[in-house]
Design a protein around this ligand. Sequence first.
Ligand SMILES: Cc1cc2nc3c(=O)[nH]c(=O)nc-3n(C[C@H](O)[C@H](O)[C@H](O)COP(=O)(O)O)c2cc1C
Length: 182
Amino acid sequence: MAKTRIAVIVGSLRKESLNRQLADALPGLAPEVEFTQLRIDDLPPYNQDDDGAPAESVRRLKSEILAATGLIFVTPEYNRSMPGVLKNAIDHASRPYGQSAWKGKPAGVLGVSIGAAGTGMAQQHLRNVLAYLDVPTLGQPEVFIQAKEGVFTGPGTLGGSTAAFMQGWLKTYLEFVARHGG
Ligand SMILES: Cc1cc2nc3c(=O)[nH]c(=O)nc-3n(C[C@H](O)[C@H](O)[C@H](O)COP(=O)(O)O)c2cc1C
């Protein structure tokens, strides 16, 4: 049977990104799933004038989203919202009007922060945008991770209790994807 294909969108471009490390940990927690991290660092700033002739990187992003059964957003919080690079990627794949790649793709929202609020406000803003784009999002359990000692035991490796929590989250998320036709 073909593996479920999940597109993972990381909202940080930083080399040592904690959010990318969280995304890197996902395949080890659900080996039966095919996770693909989508590149967003080579997208131009969104300009509606280019809707008729989108850049190659934009066409690639949209085709990768369309090929996925579900989505997982893993985002930092920047100034109490999602980073601009993530919003830029969302805007690109939502256009031209009527040709959004996002529509109907079931999504999970994750985030890790050095702050105690654990990206909660960024996630709330992101959920708002996704609701408009007709992207159903898993409500519970929420994943607000504070990057305290022991959360990561190495690059892309989660500590025991975080790994167990994320494994449970993935199980619930994959059931949610299946309910949405995945
Ligand atoms: C421009 C900027 C704004 C930030 N704003 C917040 C914030 O609102 N809330 C928060 O918890 N952390 C904030 N941080 C700290 C980030 O949580 C921290 O840098 C985190 O490691 C970024 O995610 P990354 O490791 O995946 O790049 C901010 C960092 C930057 C660079």
